[in-house]
Design a protein around this ligand. Sequence first.
Ligand code: TYD
Length: 222
Amino acid sequence: MTVYSGSMDNAAEKSIFKRFVVLEGIDGAGTTTQLGRLRDALTRAGMPHWPTCEPTSRPEGALIRRILGGELPAHPGTVAHLFAADRHEHLYGAGGIVEHLAAGDIVISDRYVLSSLAYQGATCGFELPMKLNGDFPLPGLTLFFDVDPSLSMARLASRSHLEIYEKQSFQEKVADCYEEALETLARAGAEAIRIDASLSPAEVTAQVFRAVGKSLRIDLRP
Ligand code: TYD
């Protein structure tokens, strides 16, 4: 995994990606809830920020959602390519991650490259998602929401419709692939912090605020 070098010089680019924070974890780990709380805390602290997620709400992401919902069938390799295409547009498209970081925003994203290594790693093997995602810039901080698949699946039990990946046996495989992906991230020198996501939402929020506050040198309060 390398650090992308585009139009900006490498040092400038590396420095803006320090303000890119990603929340990761298996389905039902609570990243979406915590992203909302982080967004609210950054607003209260008066810090310019942009909350976002993958799959995105762009056309590429909308197509992925139809596949995940079971409406459209697709080969796992095709899905891996679609996630990478959605990510490319999310990063470099108008109004995307690079534009926001360059404007001085803190960008907080629910999922990014690690999700592809874990989920598409589980469906296609590690090689394809590594090849498709290896050149994307890495976040300054990744928070990995660590939770047992039996607990995360119990949290999703009240949903009326589950997506194609939301089965415990698959989530167990994804959890193993996340561990491998975290090792890859560590080898690339990117910071990742493990959050105990089995705790109450308030306790998880406290861990998230501590980690993000320390990394960005800001004081985040509940
Ligand atoms: P999720 O983020 O959990 O959103 P929601 O709660 O709205 O369903 O769902 C996105 C799903 O997409 C989740 O199962 C993980 C999967 N995914 C991948 O398989 N690869 C990826 O690269 C990304 C970003 C997500």
